[in-house]
Design a protein around this ligand. Sequence first.
Ligand code: GLV
Ligand code: MN
Ligand code: MN
Ligand code: MN
Length: 427
Amino acid sequence: MNVQTHTVNSLLAAINDIGRDNTRGGYSRPVYSDSEITLREWFMAEAQARSLEVSTDANGIIWAWWDTPGSPKDEASRRGALVTGSHLDSVPGGGAFDGPLGVASALAAFDVLAARESDGSLQRNRALALTVFPEEEGSRFGVACLGSRLLTGAIDPSKALNLRDADGNTFADVASSNGLDPARMGRDEAALASIGDFIELHVEQGRGLNTEEHTDAAGRGPAVAIGSSILGHGRWRLSFSGQGNHAGTTLMVDRADPMVAAAQLVVKVREFARAQADARATVGRLEPVPGGTNVIASRVDLWLDVRHPDDAVTAMLVEKIHGQAQKIAAFEGCSVALTEESLSGTVNFDPALTRALEKSVHRLIPNAPLLPTGAGHDAGVLAAEVPSGMIYVRNPSGISHSPEEYVEHDDAAAGVAALADVLEDLL
Ligand code: GLV
Ligand code: MN
Ligand code: MN
Ligand code: MN
């Protein structure tokens, strides 16, 4: 095998110009857009260059297999494999690391393991697969972690296939034009049986590693953390309907303006979430219909993201927001409808796997802490089916889902070293 060893930073440099968003800044790489497809092709080429066997499954998840020496490349030999990976799609105007860091680190960690195998220091007892999941962000079709939800059956395939993007394309059509067969999508027992343990490395998306509790005298936090839990979270659409009309001829008293209703609700969402310990609630997307400067909107759709460690509190908050939306709508002469688009309960990662991750990571980075996160991940969806765990790499800005998301070169390299040790110990 002719393995050329790449550092994670040079792998990321190679995709630096793909999917840049000159309007929003950062990157916009929606699933199955030209840029995300280019990234998928980049990953497949990198995996093939490492002699890994690459395939795309019925749900659009890419697998790159490093089979155990001497065993056939078949389903039986791959059962219970060690699997690591992340995603390549992004939010609109996102950073360079959310997703790609985990994919590039998986390739770079593979290089470390391949070198250890060539020098005789690595013994492998099971296969390793590197994976790329589609539509982790839900930026195009609205449901986050769509690939892993399809794989596990957490979403009904008929519901998934009917999801539409902003241009009205169904997921079924987009999947078909990308070579997938909609009739074959959904829970995949064979693929699930192939995952013995799933590890996802990811950029840390908050200030978790930069808090006083974890930083040294120079104010620097450890390079990596081990994931403990993911906040329960969901997405809801609220549609306010009113009377579309002329901005110049309609007296202020004669209006039923859904934008005015939506604006009041946005303020209430913040008020309710602030009053609830540990809650996060966001309106990050709002669409007036038809959306003209001199037009009173006839409808305003807004999307609500609510997160809390206690799933009952999430439900209570959404109920409270819905009740408030109804009151505001009635006062403004409008109506409102609420639709749940996705809901995921709080996830606590597998305790035994988490302890194994800590043990491996602590050899290199003794002060790597256990860290909860408010961000959703495919590892969280997979955790319902297979032992899953996460490694977070320090983000000095603490900012994510933004062009300012950042990882330092040394920390990225430390993340790969930690991931390689974790994988070696688990193989
Ligand atoms: C994904 O990054 C999410 O937490 O929304
Ligand atoms: Mn991510
Ligand atoms: Mn993200
Ligand atoms: Mn071993």
